[in-house]
Design a protein around this ligand. Structure first.
Ligand code: ADP
Length: 455
């Protein structure tokens, strides 16, 4: 069922329930009002006729005549009068006789002073009437044709108003819901127009104070993020192919030149050496890309266990120094860092070691003394590792971008690299719930500060 129909139905049902309650209340009130008013009328009529009868101004035959005449046109009240011994002394009409008074009923009236009840469709009042020191019982009965027909008319009126209102309410509810939801239709049309190749499109902002404005803003925010990630992915892909093409072309050129003519063994060794260097570049780039893919994959699929950070750092240092003879790295542990708990994190040892090797390698790579100083300390529940050097530093214009994939600093042309080491390190640290920050002064050195929650 469409929301529009559902809103119309729900609002109609809610209003109908309230309206029905009001109708029932009006009917109950009117009905009890009619009943009590008619009992009062019967009482007055009983007293009036008893007064006439006992005053002797009108004789019984005339009163009887009046009763029969009025009965034709209106629902005349039928009155009967009994004396103290229960003997009937006056009756408007013996033959019609609406109320069959029994001795029991007369006793009840005498005991209570006043009795109101129904005899079939007729309302009856029985009362004690005192005259000249004697106590009489008067009963008055009649059918409240006028009151009941007024009540029936009221019921018919309320019922037809109720049905009409129901119809009108549904139509109005449907119209209001349609009006309120019409912007949604616009949004749906526009969203259908947005495809992967048209991610630059945005929904009109609408009124930011209402829910649909909020929906549009949230949707536009999601499109911003999607667009950024699409762009980043396509930039990443073109960077990969560019990075791979350069050493591959160099490798191919190297081999083709070598084959142009007969060479001396010395020359062949030189060409093969250069080709091998190009192959090593391709290998290190593809290894870095593989690591990046692993670190960027679904974190729930990466096996995590308790990892000693001091051990991961020592492994990283060993690998960096083995691969680059001449590099140095000092690892300094803070005073409390012999407590096993503060140097243990939940994580993946291979990924953490990869991140640390990149940071230590960068310190060495970008400083003339090829030295990295790693300091381990902890603050509260976090472990902090500082990777510092006294090297070239990073120009302030590069600081914001060095964590982007394939971004290489303006001053790094002379240094070998692919621009993925820091992206990889940041992805890995964030995967472990940590942060990485950089602080650098050109010409003075660089510090990368990694903070990871320990166990
Ligand atoms: P790569 O070192 O392969 O270029 P990275 O992602 O590791 O790629 O680093 C990105 C850029 O950040 C580098 O090109 C360099 O400009 C800068 N950078 C990283 N570490 C340092 C450092 N310790 N000192 C100076 N510059 C650095």
């Amino acid at each position: 069922m469409k929301i529009r129909t559902r809103i119309a139905l729900v609002s109609t049902l809610a209003t109908t329930a309230i309206f029905a309650g009001v109708v029932v209340l009006v009917m109950v009130f009117s009905s009890s009002n009619r009943e009590s008013e008619f009992f009062r009328t019967l009482y007055d009529e009983a007293v009036t006729k008893a007064n006439l009868f006992f005053s002797g101004t009108v004789d019984a035959a005339t009163m009887h005549e009046i009763y029969l005449n009025n009965r034709e046109t209106i629902d005349e009240v039928e009155v009967a009068i009994y004396d103290g011994s229960g003997t009937l002394i006056y009756h408007d009409d013996h033959e019609i006789d609406l109320v069959k008074e029994t001795p029991e009923m007369l006793r009840e009236i005498r005991a209570g002073g006043l009795l109101e009840f129904y005899e079939g469709p007729y309302q009856v009042v029985g009362l004690v009437y005192d005259h000249a020191g004697e106590s009489y019982i008067v009963t008055a009965a009649a059918y409240d044709g006028y009151g009941l027909s007024k009540l029936a008319a009221l019921r018919t009126f309320l019922l037809s108003v109720f049905i009409m209102a129901l119809l009108l309410l549904y139509i109005a509810g449907n119209w209001i819901a349609g009006k309120a939801l019409s912007p949604v239709k616009g949004i749906v049309d526009q969203v259908e127009d947005i495809t992967g190749s048209r991610l630059g499109r945005r929904l009109p902002a609408g009124n930011p104070a209402d829910e649909l404005g909020e929906l549009s803003a949230a949707f536009n925010g999601m499109l911003d993020r999607l667009e950024r990630s699409f762009e980043a992915q396509s930039r990443f892909l073109s960077n990969i192919s560019h990075e791979l093409r350069t050493p591959l072309s160099a490798l191919r050129a190297e081999l083709e030149i070598a084959m142009l003519k007969e060479r001396t063994p010395e020359e062949y060794r030189e060409y093969i050496g250069r080709a091998s260097e190009d192959a090593a570049t391709i290998e290190s780039l593809s290894a870095g890309l593989l690591d990046l893919a692993r670190a960027g994959s679904d974190s729930s699929r990466i096996s995590m266990k308790e990892v000693r950070i001091d051990e991961a750092l020592l492994d990283a240092r060993a690998v960096v120094i083995r691969a680059n003879p001449g590099y140095e790295a000092d690892i300094i542990f803070g005073p409390d860092e012999d407590d096993e708990r503060t140097v243990t994190v939940r994580g993946n040892s291979y990924l953490l070691y990869t991140a640390f090797a990149n940071l230590i390698g960068n310190n060495c790579k970008y400083s003339p003394d090829h030295t990295s100083t790693v300091t381990l300390s902890h603050y509260g529940d976090r472990l902090q590792i500082r990777f510092s050097d006294t090297g070239t530093g990073i120009p302030s214009g590069d600081l914001d971008r060095i964590f982007e994939p394939f971004y290489r600093g303006a001053d790094s042309a002379a240094v070998k690299g692919h621009g993925i080491g820091l992206t990889l390190a940041k992805t890995i640290i964030e995967l472990h719930g940590g942060t990485i920050e950089v602080s650098s002064q050109q010409g003075e050195g660089t510090v990368f500060i990694v903070s990871i929650p320990h166990i």
